[in-house]
Design a protein around this ligand. Sequence first.
Ligand code: SF4
Length: 530
Amino acid sequence: MKLLLINPRFPENFWTFSWVFEHIATDKASLLPPLGLATLAALTPADWQITIVDENIEEIDFDFECDLVGVCGMAVQYPRQKEILQRFRDKGRHTIAGGSYASLCPEEYTAHADTIIAGEAERVWPAFCRDYLLGVSGVLYQEKDSISLEESPCPRYDLLQLHRYQSISIQFSRGCPFRCEFCDIIVTFGRKPRTKSLAQIETELNTLREQGMTQLFFVDDNLIGHLPKFRELLQFLKEYQARHRYPFIFGAEVSLNLAGYPDLLQAMHEARFHWVFLGIETPHHDTLKDILKTQNTHQDLLTSVQTIHKQGIEVYASFVIGFDNDDASTFERQRQFILDSGIMLASIALLIALPKTPLFERVEREGRLRTQAQNPDLWNNLQGTNIEPIRQSYPELVEGFRKLISDIATDQAIATRITNKLRVLHNRHTQLGLTRWRLTGYALRFFWKGIFKGGPHRWYHVAKTIVQSMRRPKTLAWVAQNWVIGLAIQNFVREFLNHNPNPIMSPTPAQPRKQTLSDPDLITEIPLKR
Ligand code: SF4
């Protein structure tokens, strides 16, 4: 049996970092490999031939000889995922849709795929493979329970072109205990975090170390979601790193309450966590309470970010525009917070009500769901939103949002953030996880493409940050790294965001979206192994 697994191309967004891969890290092509597909491959019968194609680093061969084609996707990949499914379906392949959006909204795929895998795959995927071999495969294989991650095999990293990615994904847990109103993760994975065993993590680390990987990203929904288990993991990672002479640099998704645990921050620093990505969303205290993001209200937000920076761990964060309290003053508050905190990788997006989330249900109840909810461009939430704003008009919201992104992408704003962060960033490890020749190549290309070609205005701002870092010369490489991130976002704003016609700017009155529910008869029941 021949199985082709595909990760569709992402639309251009903050995370594609096209400028970096085109001009600086030219030996890389994408940020992260599709870990879900590598896990699925490990769950597939051992005698099947499996090929993984990531369209973010290579072209898809639509004439590829195979029996089945599985295409994964997040909401933002949905338009491309549908296209790929359709093309293979037209060629007579058995097509399978999966991924986070198929898990959330399996009903959206009934016209595009022969089979839909919804929810965690550890039990339903083997069940589908078995049925397919028997010629009795169903339409929807849906996991309605939460699986134990100890059932999850080591991903087939050997099927991925690992050297083409900036970082490698690894997963310790699924689920998050919090209840942010807009979050689809807790709808899919639940609020009770489940973890792999330390023995499983050790196997995965050994596999990646043998393949020479150095930068690992814990893609857990919230790595600190289960604090006692996280403490055990940290202790293990500290010992593992010391035993193997620190082969890895780690990053992770966490929640902001991390700042309230100095012992954890210290241990993360010792285990070589260099950065964390967290959801700040808004500096507006009342909004944080309204959206049930109460974990961000325990401490002053700026103090929390600076507490993490003081441990030498860099903060990357998401910010959201379009909450009910947001008005014309919100943009400036967000801009000022981002500059003061020094967060360079500030992913700013419009609030979207994803189906099945509490936010979606509330906005629908209030009659504020926009008719354009199904516009595929919407899922790249830089284009528009499906929520009718309250305190400003829709065009004001979208224009203000775009201006905010442009304002924080200027050379001056990049330099301001670096200098603000340098004042508080201490204990930074200097390890970069790059060989000397690769580092030299990156540095030369950055000097030429990033600095020199930027002209005198850029030279001035870069010089300011270098002068500041001279007081602590070990931070020089880190300053350059921040410039690379800032310039990648600047390029994205200039080349894509500001040139992209916005198809859904018109303030059409809202109409409730008609939701289709999946037909229960289509669902294949999976016998539970207990
Ligand atoms: S902290 Fe993150 S993962 Fe957890 S509920 Fe909130 S948005 Fe979702």
